[in-house]
Design a protein around this ligand. Structure first.
Ligand code: ZN
Ligand code: ZN
Length: 269
């Protein structure tokens, strides 16, 4: 069974709605052995400074709560870094990550050309969803090719949640030309991918990325994935982890990865 949730947002994230302590209590109630908070830091994306965590306040609260609940649950200190192929942004994260003692870094693509697919206007820049999806994967490839200061690449096919056609026409095979190169870059840099169970809550019928991408990652020699619910509130924590376990087994894994002080550990399913 999966007993850890390594992708969690609390009110330290701009879009988080549950307090950190209530999430810890929920994790204990669920019988989890470890959780990792991964608050947003999308430096360089929003002019108003949103989605950049107040790191000192986040660190302080997490350390106090970690001590309070010692012996009941392991609480890990992580961040979800919004990756974009830019010297300014990569330079910022290199400094930021060297100055902060994180356990775990999820690298995620939330934008393409610094535009957010969450907003429908994003897709107006492309002739169709297919072109937008290709641009997204190509930008992920660029990130993975030139930057490796992260531990696990988050929700690789995140953009498919937002297109007008959603995942209706989305298959691994259609994008294999870029996805195989992307997986190769991630694997050859010794990084993991994440299986993000939010896909089930977005009515995709699978986690992110698509099960066929997880299978291909395994075929190419990928390390056991990290697992996260991407919960922004207590009710989504560890959601659909039974289905994620089935995906892992179907892809050929009997373990998954977690990180402490940026070092990888494997836990059995
Ligand atoms: Zn994300
Ligand atoms: Zn997230």
């Amino acid at each position: 069974m999966i007993k850890t949730d390594c992708h969690l947002h609390s009110t330290f994230s701009t879009d988080g709605s549950s307090d950190m302590e209530s999430e810890i209590l929920r994790a204990i109630e669920l019988g989890l052995t470890s959780i990792c908070f991964t608050e947003h830091n999308d430096y360089g994306t929003n002019a108003d400074g949103s989605f950049v965590v107040d790191t000192p306040a986040y660190h302080d609260r997490l350390m106090r709560l970690s001590e309070k609940y010692t012996g009941q649950i392991e609480i890990l200190y992580g961040v979800e870094a919004g990756l974009q192929p830019s010297d300014d942004i990569f330079g910022y994260f290199d400094r930021y990550l060297s100055e902060n003692d994180f356990d775990f870094i999820i690298g995620s693509s939330h934008v393409v050309n610094n535009k957010d697919p969450y907003y429908p206007v994003f897709f107006e820049a492309y002739p169709d969803d297919d072109a937008a999806y290709r641009a997204y994967f190509e930008e992920e490839l660029e990130n993975a090719r030139i930057y490796d200061n992260y531990d696990s690449y988050g929700h690789l096919d995140y953009i498919v949640r937002y297109g007008k056609t959603g995942n209706t026409f989305f298959t691994y095979e259609k994008y294999a030309y870029v996805l195989d190169r992307l997986l190769h870059e991630i694997i050859s840099h010794g990084k993991c991918i994440e299986i993000n169970s939010a896909g089930f809550r977005k009515d995709m019928g699978y986690a992110n990325p698509h099960t066929d991408i997880v299978k291909r990652y395994h075929e190419l020699g990928g390390l056991p994935p990290t697992i996260g619910s991407d919960a922004h509130n207590v009710s989504d924590m560890a959601a659909d982890f039974d289905k994620v376990e089935a995906i892992l087994r179907e892809a050929g894994y009997d373990s998954y990865s977690i990180f402490r002080k940026r070092a990888r550990y494997e836990l059995p399913l």
